[in-house]
Structures are given as structure tokens and as C-alpha cells.
Design a binder for this molecule. Structure first.
Ligand code: SF4
Length: 134
């Protein structure tokens, strides 16, 4: 059975679409990402090896952000990826911030990144969300 093309090949350039103006979470029916990550009791050792690896940061900036509009900041359910202004200021452009401690290990980034440039690996010692307490 075929499922068509791989998921990462289904993204269009951001310029082909209008930005979506999502409503703010109301705290009753919809919730912000960080409140939901808090409920997952996600925990990682401070000094564990990096489990989210970006192979080519320049490609991430030119293509993932430049062409596709930074979808990682939208598809990651835990707000791990952010494009933020570089510490050196606006002229230095945007920098890719990875909040790996929030990762809930859904593996979406490994599947969805348009260039297959993000590699998710299993966290040390099975750390992450404590689903049994949810
Ligand atoms: S595995 Fe899931 S939660 Fe973790 S960084 Fe990737 S998309 Fe985000």
C-alpha cells in the first residue's frame, strides 16, 4: 500500500500561502504550548547528550526559514524550535534556538523537516514526558 510521497515533501514555500492569524489560547478550550508541556512532566538531565541534531545550520536558515517560513516553530507540539533575533542584533539576522529540554519525543521534526536536516535520536535513559502520571 502506498501513502504517496514522504511527509517532508508535502510542504510548499511560504510565499505560496497567506499567513494564518491563529487566535490566542483562551485557557478554557485552547491552551498555550508551555502549559501543556508542563502537564507532561517532561524531564531531562541537564548534562545529557544532545538528542536533536541539525546537520547544516546554514541550510536551516536559508531554506527552512527563508523558503518555508520556519515550520518547525509551528509543527513542534512542545515549542522546542524558535527563530529569534540573533544576540548581536537585527543586522545579524535570525538564529535557530533549540529548547531541547521541552522535547516530548514525538519525532515530528525528524519526519517533517523539509530538508531532512533535523535528526531526532532517543534520549538518554528514556527521559522525557512522564505519560503514566498524566
Ligand atoms: S521530537 Fe517532537 S517534541 Fe521533540 S523537538 Fe521534535 S517535534 Fe518537538
Amino acid at each position: 500500500m502506498s501513502h504517496g510521497k514522504p511527509d517532508h515533501e508535502t510542504l510548499d514555500p511560504a510565499a505560496d500561502h497567506k499567513p494564518i492569524d491563529y487566535p490566542r489560547p483562551d485557557g478554557e478550550v485552547t491552551f498555550d504550548l508551555m502549559s501543556s508541556v508542563f502537564l507532561s512532566n517532561t524531564n531531562h538531565d541537564e548534562d545529557q547528550p544532545v538528542h536533536l541534531k541539525v546537520a547544516d545550520l546554514e541550510l536551516q536558515k536559508s531554506s527552512e526559514l527563508g523558503t518555508y517560513g520556519g515550520p518547525s516553530a509551528y509543527y513542534c507540539p512542545a515549542g522546542v524550535y524558535e527563530w529569534v533575533e540573533a544576540a548581536e542584533g537585527k543586522a545579524a539576522g535570525m538564529t535557530f534556538r533549540i529548547n531541547a529540554q521541552n522535547c516530548v519525543h514525538c519525532k515530528t521534526c525528524d519526519i517533517k523537516d523539509p530538508n531532512q536536516n533535523i535528526d531526532w535520536t532517543a534520549p538518554l535513559g528514556g527521559e522525557g514526558p512522564v505519560y503514566v502520571n498524566m
